[in-house]
Design a protein around this ligand. Structure first.
Ligand code: 3PG
Ligand code: MG
Length: 399
């Protein structure tokens, strides 16, 4: 990799220089209270920010949060993130109430050496995500004016061809931050020569999101375990009835084809927890997959499936896990995800957890993060990396 790193930048000296850091501070917020429910992505960027503060840089942090539509939208404000970031850094973070306007300009201009500013949500500006190169470029010009150098530490966003990720590094001296470096180092182990057996666990709700990665992984992995909402489209492809479970009808044929070509590598659930409704207190039972009642829906994998998946995981030397096995946010449907997560921690394997949801599940279930080899901050980004796609944010750093 011909990428310059934060250490290269620090070696040049950053004292008194403005360093623009693209971070992925896209954290989950509680719908009612607006509180941050998982601050993992904020903590993940602290090593980079801490090093810059220590070295006396004027640190200007920018990020997106959620998917606002190119205009200010208070429910997606980064203000609560500025508060939490300040607590974690142990020093106040100066918050700009716009991204490239008067507030941003005066906030950046007022920074003293070793101080940190956070700009308001990048996606409050249409230029950030625009498909039009000129529109993105014009926004990138405004952002780039806030830095003498650029650090990309937003691993979760490197798969996006957005102004702050792709166009700003073309305008400033640019380096990869500590988080981006670590993520790429770990994921490249999975794509180059994973120690075998290499077992991948995929869950989450949509098969269509995972098709490309399944295609890409099939030749490489020894076992592919499939749970979560997406398993019902595969069960349907096996000719089973899935009741009112999540089903992507137009994917059934594709799943059948994948199963035929998988050489027996794909393992599907043998039992599932079915419920009367998608609700925490819904009546529920465990049934065999060939006995799913027509009026009920599957919300978790069953105990026999957990045992079978755990047996495969116990042999593994390398594990990649993306996507929960069930609706883990509801205690009645959390056992599958918990069981698989525990099986991964018990395996004598190098394990990588990819994806915001799986990482949040690990923390929400109270599991010890340090018993996993690596917890990626990128969901889509880690999947696209494993698919072998060119990631715009990484490509931009290589140039
Ligand atoms: C994520 O949460 O996956 C990243 O922050 C990227 O967000 P996006 O999918 O809205 O681009
Ligand atoms: Mg995403």
């Amino acid at each position: 990799m011909s990428i310059r790193t934060l250490d290269d930048l620090l070696a040049e000296g950053v004292s008194g220089r403005r360093v623009l850091v693209r971070a992925d501070l896209n954290v989950p917020l509680d719908k009612q209270s607006g509180d941050i429910t998982d601050d993992g992505r904020i903590r993940a960027v602290l090593p980079t920010l801490g090093a810059l503060v220590e070295a006396g840089a004027k640190v200007v942090v920018c990020s997106h949060l959620g998917r606002p539509k190119g205009a200010p939208d208070p429910q997606f404000s980064l203000r609560p993130v500025a508060g939490r970031l300040g607590e974690l850094l142990g020093a106040p973070v100066h918050f700009a109430t716009d991204t490239v306007g008067d507030s941003a300009r005066s906030t950046v201009a007022a920074l003293a050496d070793g101080q940190v500013a956070l700009l308001e949500n990048l996606r409050f500006n249409a230029g950030e995500t625009s498909k039009d190169d000129a529109e993105r470029g014009a926004f990138a010009d405004q952002l780039a004016a806030f830095g003498d150098a650029y650090v990309d530490d937003a691993f979760g966003a490197v798969h996006r061809k957005h102004a702050s990720v792709y166009d700003v590094p073309a305008r400033l001296p640019h380096v990869a931050g500590r988080l981006v470096l670590r993520e790429v180092e770990v994921l490249s182990k999975l794509t180059s020569e994973p120690e075998r057996p290499y077992v991948v666990v995929l869950g989450g709700s949509k098969v269509s999101d995972k098709l490309a990665v399944i295609e890409a992984l099939l030749p490489t992995v020894d076992r592919l375990l499939i749970g979560g909402g997406m398993c019902f489209t595969f069960l349907k492809a096996q000719g089973l009835e899935v009741g009112t479970s999540l089903l992507e009808k137009d994917m059934v044929e594709t799943c059948r084809n994948l199963l035929e070509r998988s050489g027996g590598k794909i393992l599907l659930p043998v039992d599932v927890v079915v419920a009367d409704a998608f609700a925490p207190d819904a009546a529920h039972d465990t049934v065999r997959v060939d006995g799913i009642p027509s009026h009920r829906l599957g919300l978790d994998i069953g105990p026999e499936t957990v045992a079978g998946f755990a047996a495969a995981l116990s042999q593994a030397k390398t594990v990649f896990w993306n996507g929960p096995m069930g609706v883990f946010e509801m205690p009645a449907f959390a056992a599958g995800t918990r069981g698989i997560a525990e099986a991964i921690t018990k395996a004598d394997a190098f394990s990588v957890v990819g994806g915001g949801d799986s990482a949040a599940a690990v923390r929400a279930l109270g599991l010890d993060e340090s018993s996993f080899g690596h917890i990626s901050t990128g969901g889509g980004a880690s999947l696209e990396y494993l698919e072998g796609k060119t990631l715009p944010g990484i490509a931009a750093l290589e140039n």
